[in-house]
Design a protein around this ligand. Structure first.
Ligand SMILES: [Zn+2]
Length: 404
C-alpha cells in the first residue's frame, strides 16, 4: 500500500500445496507448491504475502472447481446501497466478476436494471475457469478500464466483491476504476476480514490466493490513500468469518487523504502476538488430534482451501484419515500434496471416525451439522476449525467435547 520495504520477519510457512491441486493417486508427486510468508508492512501495517503468485498460476485446471463467498448479508447490503446512493433504473452498474452476480440480482429486485459485467472471453480472450478472479487479477489496469469504457460507456457504480485482496498493486486497481466511473460515481468493495483470525490466533484465513489480508483499519486507509472517500462502510459479522464492505467515491482534493490516519501501535502488537503464538497453537492442535487418534479416526469436513491450510500449517497431515466432501468431482481424489483421500459423507458412519472437524463456512456448516446427526448421536464429536476465542483450539458443535 505505501511501498515501504517489507524488512521485518513474518510468519514464514515455507511452501504450501496449491489448494485446488487435487490429484488422482495417493502417491502423486506432481502437486504444485507455492511459497507463503506472511508479513506486516512496518509503516502502514498492511498484512500481506511477501511474494505474490501470478494469476496465470492460480487459475484452476479443472472446470468443476468453484469459489463461493458469504451471501447472507447481500439483501441487506443491496437495500443500503439503493437507499444511500439513490439508485434508479437509469443508473448504470458495472460488475467485475461472477462474485458480483448475487448483489446484481438483489439490486435488480430493488428496481435497478442497467448492468454490465466483464466477459472473460470477449474482454480478455480467457477461455479457462473464471469462477474465481485469478483470470482477471493481473490485467485490471487503466488500459483495460479504457477498453471497458469503450464497450460500456461511463459507469455510475462499479462493484468488485472479493477482488482487492487478490491484487498485487492496489493503486493500479483504484486508478483503473476511477477511469470507469462517471463524475460522482461509486465503487462498491467487499473483502474478507483477517482481524478475527489475528485475534484468535487462527491461521485458517491464510490462502495463496489472498496476498493482502485486511483489517477494517487497513482497508479504510487504503481506500483513502488511493483517492477515494468512504460514504458507507460496515463489517458484516458471521460465526466463522467477517466481510468488510465499503462504498467509496473518488475525490479530487488530495487533502482528503489526511482522513485516512495512520497505523497504531496496537495494530503492530496484534500481528506480533499472532506470529509469536504460532508455535504454541501448532503444538496444541497436534496434541488435540493425537488424543482423539487413540480412540479412532479423524476426519475433516470440506476439502477447500481452509482444509488445505489447516492440514499444512499445523503439520497434521499424518493425523487426519479422511476428508469428507459430497462434491462428486472431488470424491475419489486426494488432498493436494497428501495421500488423504476425499470421500462422501456416508463414510462418516462407516469409517470409525470419532472426531470430525468442519472447515466449512457458517452457511454450509449449519446444513452439514443437521445431516450429520446420526454421527454425533452415536458418539461422534463434531467441531469447527474456527475457534471463537484465542483460548480455544476448536469450536465445539455437537457430540462429546473431548476424547476422554
Ligand atoms: Zn505499507
Amino acid at each position: 500500500m505505501c511501498e515501504a520495504p517489507l524488512v521485518g520477519k513474518g510468519l514464514d510457512l515455507g511452501r504450501l500445496p496449491l489448494s485446488h491441486d487435487y490429484h488422482l493417486f495417493g502417491d502423486d508427486d506432481t502437486c504444485q507448491f507455492v511459497p507463503f510468508d506472511l508479513v506486516q508492512c512496518p509503516k502502514c501495517a498492511l498484512i500481506q504475502a511477501r511474494e505474490i503468485i501470478p494469476g496465470g498460476f492460480l487459475v484452476p485446471k479443472h472446470s468443476w472447481i468453484k469459489f463461493s463467498e458469504p451471501e447472507t448479508h447481500i439483501p441487506s447490503l443491496a437495500s443500503t446501497i439503493v437507499q444511500i446512493l439513490g439508485l434508479d433504473d437509469l443508473t448504470k452498474i458495472g460488475c467485475l466478476s461472477s462474485k458480483d452476480e448475487s448483489l446484481a440480482l438483489a439490486l435488480k429486485a430493488r428496481g435497478v436494471h442497467n448492468f454490465w459485467k466483464i466477459d472473460p472471453l470477449k474482454d480478455i480472450g480467457f477461455e479457462g475457469n473464471a469462477s474465481g478472479v485469478a483470470w482477471v487479477k493481473d490485467c485490471f489496469d487503466s488500459s483495460f478500464a479504457r477498453h471497458l469504457r469503450s464497450m460500456h460507456g461511463g459507469t455510475d457504480v462499479f462493484i468488485a466483491r472479493h477482488f482487492l485482496e487478490h491484487v498485487a498493486t492496489p493503486s493500479v486497481f483504484f486508478d483503473a476504476v476511477r477511469q470507469l466511473l462517471n463524475p460522482g460515481g461509486f465503487l462498491v468493495l467487499e473483502v474478507p476480514d483477517c482481524e478475527q483470525g489475528i485475534k484468535r490466533i487462527d491461521f485458517s484465513f491464510i490462502w495463496e490466493e489472498h496476498p493482502l489480508c485486511f483489517t477494517m483499519n487497513t482497508f479504510q486507509r487504503m481506500i483513502y490513500r488511493f483517492g477515494y472517500r468512504i460514504v458507507f462502510s460496515k463489517a458484516y459479522r458471521f460465526p466463522n468469518e467477517t466481510c468488510l464492505v465499503a462504498v467509496a467515491q473518488p475525490y479530487a482534493d488530495l487533502s482528503e487523504r489526511e482522513a485516512a490516519g495512520s497505523a497504531t501501535t496496537r495494530e503492530f502488537e496484534a500481528f506480533e502476538e499472532f506470529v509469536s503464538g504460532f508455535p504454541n497453537r501448532r503444538k496444541q492442535v497436534r496434541m488435540f488430534l493425537e488424543k482423539w487418534r487413540l480412540h479412532g479416526e479423524v476426519a475433516l469436513y470440506g476439502s477447500g482451501h481452509h482444509a488445505n491450510t489447516f492440514l499444512q500449517v499445523h503439520n497434521v497431515v499424518d493425523l487426519v484419515n479422511i476428508v469428507i466432501d459430497d462434491n462428486p468431482a472431488k470424491i475419489g481424489k486426494y488432498m493436494p500434496g497428501t495421500s488423504i483421500p476425499i470421500k462422501s459423507s456416508t463414510n462418516l458412519l462407516s469409517d470409525r471416525v470419532v472426531l470430525c472437524l468442519s472447515t466449512l463456512g457458517f452457511e454450509a456448516e449449519a446444513r452439514v451439522l443437521e445431516a450429520a446427526r446420526a454421527f454425533t448421536e452415536t458418539g461422534g464429536s463434531f467441531q469447527s476449525i474456527f475457534p471463537k476465542s484465542k483460548n480455544e483450539v476448536f469450536r465445539w458443535l455437537a457430540g462429546p467435547k473431548s476424547s476422554v
